[in-house]
Design a protein around this ligand. Sequence first.
Ligand code: PGA
Length: 261
Amino acid sequence: MKRTLIAANWKMHLNASQASLLLHRLHERIKIHRDIEVVLAPSSLVLQPMSMQIDRRKFRLAAQNGYHKDEGAFTGEVSFTMLKDLVHYAIIGHSERRMYFDESLEVVRDKVAAAVRNEITPILCVGETHQERTEGETKQVLHDQVTTALSDLTSEEVKDIVIAYEPIWAISTFGGEIAKPDDIRDAIAHIRKQVAELYSKKVADKVRVLYGGSVDDHTVGGYLAIDGCDGVLVGGASLNYHKFSGIVDVAYNLKHADGAS
Ligand code: PGA
């Protein structure tokens, strides 16, 4: 049984004391759940202090980015080698990085490989723009993003990774349209099909696929009910402790309503 993954992407919000306060509030509200994994992705500056404050039975940390070289003269960058003692996960290829920082398919591929090399599990973000969707290119975009990003990995490495389907038009700061369950189900199935074609069905079934885009405590239940959806990546609502702990509660209730432990 896969653990449901609920990941918070705090983006470029919260300094160290604000992050510490939010973590404190979440710690008060979120219980230890064996079958739910709660992952927090603060700014890289805050990872070190948070790693000392965090209750590891409840939370895991993720980086929001990293540089694909392990060490060297790359002013301003933080490598996955530097992050490896602090985080379990790294968000890679988020649409904001692809759009604002010109991260190409190949850069994303190199970052995925660097994270895996440093024993950090990538949360690889993929998803189409509104225009790509209206032009019927969603499947091609997902194919290109998934195939390129995974191309340096073995099947043993791929089975542990996480892929987040985040249609750009559904992200709250880009438009926040509400994605239809059918669209999400099709996209998630397509992502798994790509992985199965590249590796095997067994590997594809192991990969956890999340949904992300305007998820909050009211909508999360609908997303988690979608066939093949193993969790959610939450942006805006993860900065609000009521909403984020509410999301974890919904995930817990759904698991237990299913009769799973
Ligand atoms: P949102 O962001 O939940 O605010 O739409 C999701 C994301 O960008 O990962």
